[in-house]
Every structure is written in C-alpha cells, then in structure tokens.
Design a protein around this ligand. Structure first.
Ligand code: NAD
Length: 343
C-alpha cells in the first residue's frame, strides 16, 4: 500500500513536494491545502489534487465556493487519513501547525527550514541523518542553504574536517516573490558573524559544532544562492581526491565554466533546456574550476537552487519517518530515479 501524504501549504515548496510525491511508486498525495482561492489553488485542482482549505474557518471555505474553486473540505476533514503531513506553510506558521494541528491529531509531520531546530525531534538531510530520523514523528528538513552545505560537507567528511569557513551569497527573492529584496544593494544578512547557517548545519551534523563558521549577504538575484567554502582537513589533500569524492556523492554535480556554466544564470538556463518543470535543479552544483587545495586546505564554490534542493530530501524524509526503506542510499536512488535527477 502506498504511503498517504498530505501537503499543508501548496506554495513554492509545497507544490514541488506534491509533484515529487506523485512521481514515486510507494507514496501518494491524498490532498493539498490552500488558505485562499488563488491561481495556485485552481491549478492544483486542474492537476488532479484534492484541495482542502488549510484553515478550518467558515469564511475561508465560503471564499473558495464564491471563487468557484471546488474544495473537499478543510484540513480537519482529511488529516485522519494521512500517514504523514508535509508542511509547506510560511516560516513560523509550520510550528503553529505542529502544535495546533499535527500533535493533537497524532499525525507525523515534516516541517521546513523556516522553522527552528529546537521545535522538532530531529533535523533531516538524507546523507547525514536518515538513520537518526528513522521512525521519528516530527522532523524538520533543513533549509536550502543548509542542505547545500550538508551535501558538500558529506563529500568532504572522509578527509576529517577540522574547520569549515563559508561565505554565503543569498538570493534576494524567489521568482514569484513581489515583496522582498533588496533590489539595489548588497545586504549583510544577518549582519552578525557567525550567521545562523553554521548552527543549522550542526543541527544535522553535531560533530561539526565549533568547527563551522558562516557569514552571509543577500544580493539582488532570484535564481540561486552561491557559497564559497574554505575547509581545513586533517592532512594534506589533492584536488583530484576532492573531485572524486564529489563525483561519488549523490545529488552533487560538477559544472564547468569552460562549458559555459559561467554564472547562476547559465546554470538555470541548463535546467530550462533539460525541460525541468519550473526549471528546477535539485542537484547541488559545484564549479569544477573552483575546486583547489593548498596543503590541508580545500577551496570551492557552489550554487544552490533554493526552491528545489530540499524537494528530494522531503521524499527521503517521508521514507525514513514512515520506516519504508531502511537503507538511505536505496531511498536516495529511488527518489532520484523517479525525479530523473542527473545523479
Ligand atoms: P510560500 O510563501 O511560497 O508558500 C507558503 C504556502 O503556505 C502558501 O501557499 C500559503 O498560502 C500557505 N499558507 C499560509 N498560511 C498557512 C497555514 N496556516 N497553513 C497552511 N498553509 C498556509 O513559502 P515557501 O517558500 O514554499 O516556504 C515554505 C517553507 O519552506 C518555509 O519554512 C521556508 O523557509 C522553507 N523553504 C523555502 C525555500 C524557498 O526557497 N522558497 C527553500 C527551502 C525551504
């Protein structure tokens, strides 16, 4: 029998996770929720998803009726059927949903990176914490930046990480966002150093406590985040060894400037040309030319497609929490195959 997944909050992350769940053989979407009857709600029904009102409130339900968008009821009419809920609600709302809806209804739930590590039982990255999250009830899939850092640090872990220093250049807004920015500035965010990204990595990889320091700025772009890493390891290391480890690690691809991948714009053009829905690129992209070593120091640059990198992680997190597959690499392979990822 397929695992029954409810998507609460059909926004940037929710709609992508819904499609990714639908692509798997061992799970299905039993419903998606929206708070209001906008075009996303209409398209969800046209894609065949059963639509529910995220907030159990008569006025909200009436708004869907008045807009002529059919709903099946409210979240409370479907929650009992769900084996697990993937929360795709905005930052901080996920925690409220956890306390007000998921826990009282005794349903397992995955929260997203906008929530705090301390509000859940554990923090998920398929490579690092699949086994730890196995069978757990309330887990957070860490943010896009943290997922990108976790993946690359997994590739480097066998060299013995002594220190990781990372500068993050964050996109100012998602392409669908008409509220945030900046549009004409480079904004340290947070202005304090270290930024919260290091501790967030530690929520997944506790052994990196006191070893990773991050700082971040936000810039006017919508396409991707970019990271520059400087990592000190136990002993001298060669560039070829790093490239080999990256090649062995799932969901990381090498892109080459000499092949035209000169910027995030070009990487996204590649995703468009692949015919990826919403030009998604869940694979972490490392610029091959940037990979370098000096004694026991490693340097590299990478790009993270913020809206999609966490999507396959949500799928593996479902398998771990519902104890559907005890081998993380088998789950990763199933997910990657169903989503047609490069590796
Ligand atoms: P979004 O604004 O695109 O979507 C949020 C959706 O939740 C909207 O459809 C909204 O109507 C709905 N919603 C509002 N209140 C709700 C409620 N009470 N219950 C259920 N649904 C509700 O947001 P997003 O970008 O998809 O972000 C969702 C989560 O994913 C956040 O925690 C965010 O930090 C995290 N995240 C976002 C990105 C990204 O790049 N967008 C990447 C990784 C993680």
């Amino acid at each position: 029998m397929k695992a029954k997944v409810l998507i609460n909050g059909y926004g940037s992350i929710g709609k992508r996770v819904a499609d990714a769940v639908s692509a798997q053989k061992d799970m299905e979407v039993i419903g998606v929720t929206k708070t209001k009857p906008d075009f996303d709600a209409k398209l969800a029904t046209e894609l065949g998803y059963k639509l529910y009102c995220a907030i159990p409130d008569k006025e909200r339900v009436k708004a869907f009726e008045e807009a002529g968008i059919p709903i099946e009821g409210t979240i409370l009419d479907v929650i009992e059927e769900a084996d697990i809920v993937v929360d795709g609600a905005p930052k901080k709302v996920g925690k409220e949903n956890l306390e007000k809806i998921y826990k009282p209804n005794k349903v397992k739930a995955i929260l997203q990176g906008g929530e705090k590590a301390k509000d859940v039982e554990d923090n998920f990255n398929a490579l690092w914490s699949y086994e730890r999250c196995y069978g757990k009830s309330y887990v957070r899939v860490v943010s896009c930046n943290t997922t990108g850092l976790c993946r690359i640090l997994y590739a480097l872990k066998d060299f013995g990480i002594k220190k990781a220093r990372v500068v993050l250049v964050r996109r100012g807004a998602d392409p669908n966002d008409d509220k945030t920015g900046p549009i004409n500035a480079i904004k340290p965010n947070p202005v304090t150093v270290p930024s919260h990204h290091g501790p967030d990595v530690v929520s997944v990889v506790p052994e990196l406590k006191d070893k990773i320091i991050t700082s971040a700025v936000i810039v006017p772009t919508t396409l991707m985040h970019q990271h520059t890493l400087m990592v000190e390891v136990e002993s001298e290391v060669k560039r070829e060894d790093i490239l080999e480890k990256i090649n062995e690690t799932p969901r990381i691809i090498l892109v080459r400037e000499k092949e035209g991948f000169s910027s995030t714009a070009k990487i996204i053009e590649f995703a468009r040309d692949l015919g990826r829905k919403r030009y998604d690129l869940p694979e972490l992209c490392v610029w091959e030319e940037s990979v370098n070593t000096l004694g026991n120091e490693i340097f590299l640059m990478q790009a993270v497609h913020q809206e999609s990198i966490v999507v396959p992680e949500n799928i593996d997190c479902i398998r771990a929490m519902l104890e559907m597959e005890d081998d993380k690499f088998k789950s990763i392979e199933k997910t990657n195959k169903a989503l047609n990822l490069i590796k």
